[in-house]
Design a protein around this ligand. Sequence first.
Ligand code: ADP
Ligand code: MG
Length: 329
Amino acid sequence: MLANQIAAGEVVERPSSVVKELLENAVDAGATRIQLDIERGGTRLIRITDDGHGIERDQLELALARHATSKIQYTDDLKAIHTLGFRGEALASISSVARLSLSSKASNSASDAAGWSAIAQGQDMAVELQPRPMPVGTIVEVRDLFFNTPARQKFLRAERTEYVHIEETLKRVALASSQVAFTLKHNGKVTKRIPAAQSPEQQKQRIGSIVSNRFLSQALHLDTRIDSLRLWGWLSRPEHHQNSNLSQYVFVNGRAVRDRTLNHAIRQSYQDLLPTGRVPAYVLYLELDAEQVDVNVHPTKHEVRFSDARQVHDFISRAVAEALQPQNE
Ligand code: ADP
Ligand code: MG
């Protein structure tokens, strides 16, 4: 319990951190539809319903245990992560600082069978299982976040602020997973609907509706490959600069990251083209071999380490600089 709470300190900073972990789990489960229900900025309720492959009854308890992950089997798998999760920490951490229930019906269960709900309770987090009628997929409900950690509770901001963080988290996950449809409800009202994109044209539209149509309508498109590296996406033209680094999104192999190497490389290419204090907007996807990037740097997995950071840096700044050349206008 205590170890879980300490780990929770690193993983669960605020409601949006819970949302991030649960959304990533749903994406990892191959969901095509994910519904997010939030009450009171996520402090009262965060419920995520997905139509992914689900969890078998006898695996439910394990899913709540610390360091239990079904996503990697051997230490060597850590060298090439293909899923968003892999540390097996999130559910255990969240259930140590909130009332968590995990309900699931596995895709390989009989169609008339019920799903199962698991709730970890008490000091020893004993898991209780109950049948729950539901379609194939998983429902995670997190209530009363930080009810038992008053120190954390104090850091919670106004409902509106926590909600905005959740919306931002959803944007990042949605930008990374164009094949998934998302719905967000806050206090019972639908506040966001993001459909799945089937074609590149739909994907472009989807990015516009998530980030801003104004950004996308003026943005430059880029798609560059060198060896095993590929960078694609959209960048603002130098004359359409902004003054805050909102609308700067970078994804590495489908994972939203905040990475110095990448941001530096992009900024460098814009350097002499922007007035001081002004910054570009971009949605960029970097793809490279999973072996070339280490995502196991920090529990929140926002940071990555490249085996050849210099090569990545140079590739990016060159690709961006080329896209910004006047002949591309
Ligand atoms: P990790 O994602 O790092 O493996 P988590 O604590 O987030 O660890 O989840 C633990 C395990 O629970 C996962 O490895 C997975 O097997 C299972 N799980 C969690 N959420 C889902 C979901 N939405 N659908 C299917 N399985 C899930
Ligand atoms: Mg996870």
